[in-house]
Design a protein around this ligand. Structure first.
Ligand code: TRP
Length: 453
């Protein structure tokens, strides 16, 4: 009965469309904004290796599991977990996994939208020529003045949230497929171009060295947790977003193949971002650990000095904004789908309700960069706390639960049927990773962080 349950949401027009949409959700600020700055904060090479291992051994198997669960029921995450629990005759509490996912999406989007707002503001800054011939110090000044202004941040955050909700209100596949189809090649082209620029800088090899030469003495248990959290974050795992996308997937498509392709594209984009940004960092005497502003303090230097930089700057920040948009719609979709499926809301009402809550929460992140920058809990600002709570805690815990559910609770016969692998060894490998490797890795990292190990 593979995927015979009728979907109430519509279906992707092809395997390619699904890959596009899932890649669109995966590739976003996580790759271009977050990966470089957390790599910078966590010492480079060793962190990158842990991150790559997490993507391969934990990320891909969990992506397959999430897609599979969604396709089986064709429902939002909360109903998916309820229905599958019933099918497996398991404990009712499993539906909390769906709940946690819906909340994580809203929490993440609340700060994601603020940062995406920065990217959109930078389209205008690039357009008005603010970066032309500016040095590193001037570029830093522009950034600091910008995030110091709550009104400007609120303006761009509001604009981005409005754009997200306008797309979500129209439902999946309308427009979304089109946007991603044209966006991904554009993003890729621009990044290759910037890589060309980075290769001509004096700091290129220093950047390369920083990114790929591991110094394991720099690795703390918290940076291992951050690397693992980033694997979940960048692949959009652990919160049911991929489950929702899987629920729109037709039965004939190989879940394994698509998962590997999506993870590979996502990883390449992140590494490209690192290869572009760190050479600029070292060439201009900047610090790799400058935090969330890293790309906004580095890339404009390149745009300000390279030939054609004016145009490339505009295009780059525009493409980054759109890449963020194709992720943001997937972050809010679980909440919207749930309000529609279970609460009987119309799609419009569901969008307004979830959008407003997310926008309000986003104000906390806005203020954490200016008027609340000194307000700290556990030594973290509101934004840092939210980021830690979602990426480092909620997503890995959600992923752990999904792995345990897919590996141990769901009947073997059902997962075998749904994954429909061409050969038995592949299925065995997945089963081993999802039953033992992924849950054990998450568990051990957590023990380490709380200091038990
Ligand atoms: N993967 C996205 C990025 O790298 C961020 C993200 C995390 C996400 N969880 C998600 C996007 C869920 C969509 C759905 O930018």
């Amino acid at each position: 009965m593979t995927g015979t349950t009728k979907t109430i949401h519509g279906e992707w027009s092809s395997r390619f469309a699904f890959i596009l949409a899932a890649t669109g959700s995966a590739v976003g600020l996580g790759n271009i904004w977050k990966f470089p700055y957390i790599t910078g904060e966590n010492g480079g090479g060793a962190f990158v290796i842990v991150y790559l291992l997490c993507v391969a051994l934990i990320g891909i198997p969990i992506m397959m599991a999430e897609t599979m669960l969604g396709r089986r029921t064709r429902q939002d995450p909360i109903n998916t977990m309820e229905q599958l629990t019933e099918e497996a005759g398991a404990d009712k509490n499993w539906h909390y996994v769906g709940w946690a996912g819906v909340s994580a999406g809203v929490l993440i989007l609340s700060y994601y939208s603020v940062i995406a707002g920065w990217a959109s503001a930078y389209v205008i800054k690039a357009f008005t020529g603010s970066f032309s011939n500016a040095n590193a110090e001037a570029i830093k000044g522009i950034f600091d003045a910008f995030i110091g202004s709550p009104m400007q941040l609120i303006f761009w955050h509001s604009l981005f949230m409005a754009a997200t909700m306008l797309i979500v209100v129209r439902g999946v596949s309308n427009g979304l497929e089109y946007a991603v189809r044209h966006l991904m090649p554009g993003l890729f082209g621009l990044m290759i171009l910037l890589l060309g620029y980075a290769m001509t800088t004096d700091g290129y090899f220093q950047g390369l060295h920083f990114l790929f030469n591991p110094d394991f003495s720099k690795l703390t248990s918290d940076s291992v947790l951050t690397a693992m959290g980033q694997a979940f974050f960048t692949l959009s795992l652990g919160m049911g977003a991929v489950m929702v996308y899987g629920s729109y997937l037709t039965a004939d498509i190989s879940i394994a193949k698509t998962s590997v392709i999506i993870a590979a594209i996502d990883t390449i984009v992140a590494l490209l971002a690192g290869l572009i940004i760190f050479p600029i960092v070292f060439t201009h005497g900047l610090h790799p650990d400058s935090g969330p502003g890293l790309i906004f303090k580095t890339l404009p230097i390149a745009f300000g000095s390279m030939t054609g930089g004016w145009l490339f700057g505009i295009l780059f920040f525009l493409v980054l904004t759109i890449a963020a948009l194709t992720s943001s719609i997937a972050l809010i979709e679980p909440a919207v789908a749930w309000l529609v499926d279970s609460k009987g809301y119309t799609r419009e009402k569901a969008c307004i309700a979830s959008g407003l809550v997310t926008w309000l929460l986003g104000l906390g992140t806005v203020f954490s960069f200016n008027i609340w920058s000194d307000v700290k809990l556990f030594d973290r600002t509101f934004f840092e706390l939210l980021d830690y709570l979602t990426a480092n805690l909620m997503l890995p815990i959600g992923g752990f639960a999904i792995a345990v559910f897919a590996g141990w609770i769901m009947k073997r016969q059902h997962s075998e049927q749904e994954l429909n692998m061409p050969n038995a060894q592949y299925y065995q490998l997945w089963k081993f990773l999802i039953c033992y490797v992924a849950p054990a890795a998450v568990f051990l990292v957590f023990l380490h962080v709380v200091g038990v190990l």
